[in-house]
Design a binder for this molecule. Structure first.
Ligand code: NAG
Ligand code: NAG
Ligand code: NAG
Ligand code: NAG
Ligand code: NAG
Ligand code: NAG
Ligand code: NAG
Length: 791
């Protein structure tokens, strides 16, 4: 066991660094002056002049001062394009005390002066990022650095790859174009004298332990606790305490295992934490708001807690967004969320002029030093999909020029990124073939090869209930399906005329070409599409059916990955990660997210809570044979049997129940536990056909105690099911009701269970409210929808 992640060294490094900047006075006030607060802000021609909060950004300031409406309202992303095309100046006036000026050094820290007695004027002029990107593009005349512009459907700005800022701020396929400007983090003066290194006392960390192997280790959520040690450091000068800091120190190891696999060409690809192979269960993280100043601690806590509540243990911080704020990673440390951290490059080629490379180098050094003491970060990854873009020629680069682009690629990613932190694995891209890509000169012939590394996989036209369409990959780092958010989320940013699936608004908010049609196409494979003659009901029913479709699709795909963890089939398998695209939303619009903008859980997120359980029964058909696998993420072995209950769609009394033998399910494995041809099963069960019956199943231990959630398997598409009746839900259930969905409008909170299959006459569901509410308020807004209500 080695102390993890050089954290220890890093923390000391940071502290030593602080020690050289020892302040000879003790109080904080005398050495730092915050310049946060109200600044002046003006447009380039002075026609707009207002006060602006720092930290903050131009858009937020304009909205707060009433110059613009909510930028997310209806079509405002387009109406407010002018903001990012203008240049803006932030101005503040501040006084510097004589005491501060007496210090040898005074730094102006924008997390970056000469100051004089009395008033100092600080002007920060910001050039339009859109203009800047376009000028950089013009200056780069030697060859193209594609893509030039985003697809029209995104209504975005061009050449974002020429500017080091959030790549998705110029638009993405799930987000609006708001190229922000502003002082988005703290601004302060730091004054200090440079002294000789003074006496430092710290309690040696190891003398807490008798032996190093008694160190309490940090574990991912679901695998153990997240204990930490406090490292206290004190500095004295002339016997006076002048420095006293405390840091959390965690211990863990991480390895990315890429080695030959018996029975399979290629290499394994999985993470070992503290020596234990861990299946990564989770999702992908995008920026939580177009205006980062509006991402409050409460927003971060809520989203990350939602991830943990859905039994996730990992998130990938995707490379088209931002390096998240410190609090994000501290919460991940505390909750046991493993972070796959991309560097911020996505879906593009990038320039490699000296000036660009210098700023990237500085960026990497600063970010890695800022973040590397967090145990939650288990891997650095160079970029999102840029290896795939070169390998599979997204940008129509003529063959003779390809080597130029590959040279630029190698200059940028492996060369710069590899140097700063040797304590955790590094991957050059995602998807990638990992070690194999490295062998092939960092750009593999096929970065999507399921025998190596990680894959991204999307298909909207194939039937998602057919697991054969999914690649049996080593690690699924992206896959997903879109859905619409609920009506209560859309309502504040829309008006009556927007509330139909074919409205201009519905088209405008969809940034993925043909996305709205694809959702209906996918839903229509298995469900009747909503056809109420009442327009608003038809709209809300359609929102619902897209969520049903998404939840069922992502469930099917994730369960396929979960059950593939121990097998090699046709040379493929040993899947050790399922991170679906995407956890959160940046605005109120259709997207692949499982949590809506504002924090409301979509049906998918409730499903994730089940399909990421520590013990999970997975059911599927292979050649008309029903198979059930027991998947366990536990440390200990279990003896389990499958219990299958067959129901008729028409009523709630089970038709029959079957039980398998008890089978040993080792910790960290997926084991087939039940196998029976569907025809045999139905005949044995009596009055059942594929069209009239469905089944539920769960696992139980030798004492008949249920382990893990109850799952379901449909024997036909619900649209063909015979006997499915419109439930009289608020009063009583008389037949099976699939996808029962409770909604309390915009009362924030979540249900204990939702989107469930109702096979009992009554069920108790609780609501965990995120603000005070009452039974009366909940009753007023409660609606209950199930599949049979929408057609
Ligand atoms: C913004 O500043 C640039 C560089 O000074 C200038 O070329 C451009 O015209 C300015 N834009 C506006 C809207 O004033
Ligand atoms: C700073 O900005 C203010 C407000 O835009 C302007 O009046 C002043 O001339 C600027 N000063 C300098 C030195 O640019
Ligand atoms: C939708 O947008 C088109 C094109 O901008 C416009 O002509 C049409 O009137 C709009 N329809 C509605 C119902 O607003
Ligand atoms: C399923 O059927 C196909 C086609 O008949 C056959 O190739 C395949 O081996 C069968 N799979 C299993 C698991 O029996
Ligand atoms: C629902 O069931 C109750 C009691 O069985 C009955 O009184 C009521 O009329 C039913 N409502 C509808 C809409 O069928
Ligand atoms: C709910 O169902 C259980 C078992 O079917 C039954 O014992 C109980 O009385 C029911 N409760 C209500 C309120 O109907
Ligand atoms: C809606 O679709 C269902 C199922 O196809 C059909 O039975 C029903 O008549 C349709 N209703 C309307 C109003 O078109």
């Amino acid at each position: 066991m080695t102390p993890c992640g050089n954290n220890f060294i890093c923390v000391l490094g940071v502290l030593l660094c602080v020690c050289f900047r020892v302040f000879s006075s003790v109080t904080e006030q005398q050495r730092t002056v915050s310049l946060n607060g109200k600044w002046g802000l003006s447009s380039s021609d002075g026609s707009l002049s207002l006060t602006a909060q720092v930290p903050g950004c131009v858009h937020s300031a304009l909205q707060q001062q009433g110059y613009i409406q909510d930028p997310y309202f209806r079509f405002n992303d387009v109406s407010y394009q002018w903001i990012a095309l203008d240049n803006w100046t932030y101005t503040t006036v501040f006084a510097v005390s004589a005491q501060l000026r007496a210090r040898q050094k005074v730094l102006l820290v924008f997390d970056a002066s000469n100051e004089r007695d009395g008033d100092n004027v600080l002007n920060v002029s910001l050039l339009s990022p859109v203009l800047y990107a376009s000028e950089q593009r013009k200056a780069h005349s030697a060859y193209r650095v594609p893509p030039e512009c985003p697809p029209d459907v995104q209504k975005g700005e061009c050449h974002v790859n020429f500017i080091r800022k959030e790549q998705s701020s110029f638009s993405w396929d799930w987000g609006p174009s708001f190229p922000t400007m502003g002082l988005w983090k703290d601004v302060r003066l730091e004054a200090f004298d440079i002294l000789q290194l003074v006496q430092i006392s710290s309690v040696p960390l190891y003398s807490m332990f008798h032996q190093l192997d008694q160190v309490k280790l940090w574990w991912p959520n679901g695998h153990g606790d997240q204990p930490f040690y406090l490292l206290t450091l004190r500095g004295f000068q002339d016997g006076l305490l002048i420095l006293n800091t405390e840091s959390k120190v965690y211990f863990r190891t991480v390895e990315l295992v890429q080695e030959p696999v018996v029975g399979s060409p290629g290499l394994s690809f999985y993470f070992r934490i503290n020596g234990k192979p861990v299946f990564l269960k989770g999702s992908n993280w995008i920026p939580a708001h177009s205006f980062q100043d509006q991402v409050t601690p409460a927003v971060l806590k809520n989203l990350l807690q939602s991830a943990v509540d859905a039994n996730m243990n990992a998130l990938r911080v995707w490379g088209g967004g931002v390096y998240e704020q410190d609090l994000f990673y501290s919460i991940c440390d505390e909750l046991g969320i493993m972070v796959w951290q991309d560097f911020m490059f996505a879906c593009a080629t990038y320039p490699t002029e000296d000036r660009f490379i210098q700023t990237v180098r500085e960026e990497v050094v600063q970010q890695v030093r800022r973040l590397k003491s967090h145990p939650s970060i288990i891997i650095w990854s160079g970029n999102n999909e840029n290896e795939a873009a070169l390998a599979t020629d997204w940008f129509n680069i003529p063959a003779p020029q390809k080597s130029t682009y590959i040279k630029d690629y190698v200059t940028l990613y492996p060369n710069i990124l590899l140097q700063e932190d040797q304590s955790r694995p590094f991957l050059v891209s995602s998807p990638t073939n990992g070690a194999e890509s490295e062998q092939e000169g960092w750009v593999a012939a096929n970065p999507y090869d399921p025998h190596y590394g990680d894959t991204h996989f999307y298909s909207y036209i194939l039937d998602c209930w057919d697991w054969r369409t999914f690649p049996r990959t080593r690690f699924a780092s992206e896959y997903g399906f879109q859905s619409w958010p609920s009506f209560s989320t859309l309502q504040p940013v829309s008006v009556n005329e927007d509330w139909s699936y074919n409205s201009n608004f519905s088209s405008h908010r969809q940034h993925h070409e043909a996305g709205n049609q694809e959702m209906l196409l996918q839903a229509a494979f298995h469900f009747h599409l909503p056809n109420s003659t009442e327009p608003l009901k038809r709209f809300t029913d359609t929102l619902y059916i897209t969520q049903v479709m998404q939840a069922q699709c992502v469930k099917t795909q994730t369960e396929f990955y979960q059950r593939s963890r121990s097998e090699i089939i046709e040379g493929k398998g040993r899947t050790m990660g399922a991170l679906y695209w995407q956890l959160n939303d940046i605005w109120q619009a259709p997207s692949w997210s499982s949590v809506e903008f504002g924090g409301k859980w979509k049906m998918l997120h409730y499903f994730a809570q089940s399909f990421f359980s520590a013990v999970l029964p997975v059911g599927f058909e292979d050649n008309n044979t029903l198979l059930i696998y027991a998947v366990s993420d536990l440390n200990q072995d279990l003896k389990l049997r499958a219990v299958v209950t067959v129901y008729s769609w028409a009523d709630l009394d089970p038709v029959c129940t079957l039980k398998s033998d008890l089978i040993l399910v080792p910790g960290g494995s997926a084991v087939p536990i039940f196998k029976e041809p569907v025809a045999t099963l139905l005949v044995g069960c009596g009055r059942c056909t594929r069209l009239t019956c469905l089944l539920t199943f769960h696992l139980e231990d030798p004492s008949s105690v249920q382990q893990g959630p109850t799952n379901h398997h449909f024997l036909c598409s619900p649209k063909e099911a015979q006997g499915l009746q419109r439930p009289n839900i608020t009063v009583s259930f008389t037949s099976v009701a699939p996808f029962v969905w409770l909604d309390v409008g915009n009362i924030p909170g979540r249900f204990s269970s939702n989107g469930f299959l109702m096979v009992s006459r009554n069920m108790t569901v609780s609501f965990n409210a995120w603000r005070p509410t009452s039974v009366a308020e909940l009753s007023k807004y409660l609606t209950i929808t199930s599949l049979r209500d929408v057609y």
